[in-house]
Design a protein around this ligand. Structure first.
Ligand SMILES: [Zn+2]
Length: 98
């Protein structure tokens, strides 16, 4: 499923923190406890592409039925960069089919 690393900033006490969510949720400040902070930045982690020493691209995605963690599964491995980019787009579709 869609998976994000969100960055937050509390303007009440200046605390900055990150959290991983399956959506762009509001979060509570871990320092002073004030709530309803919206992410100032959000990184989509639904799909990750890893490369090894031999420049093989491994495309992982978080399946649509994943629960409270991303539960990455390997979609494919390839040495062809353009194919890896295509598979990455495909993987985003698989992680968030709606
Ligand atoms: Zn705070």
């Amino acid at each position: 499923m869609a998976w994000y690393r969100n960055s937050y900033e509390c303007t009440e006490c200046g605390e900055e923190w990150e959290d991983e969510w399956s959506c762009c949720c509001d979060d509570e400040c871990p320092n002073c406890g004030s709530s309803d902070w919206s992410p100032v930045d959000s990184e989509n982690l639904s799909v990750i592409v890893e490369t090894d020493d031999e420049m093989t691209f491994s495309i992982y995605y978080s399946p649509a039925d994943a629960g409270h963690c991303p539960d990455y599964v390997l979609l494919a491995e390839t040495k062809i960069k353009n194919l890896a980019l295509f598979l990455q787009k495909l993987a985003f579709q698989l992680s968030a089919p709606e």
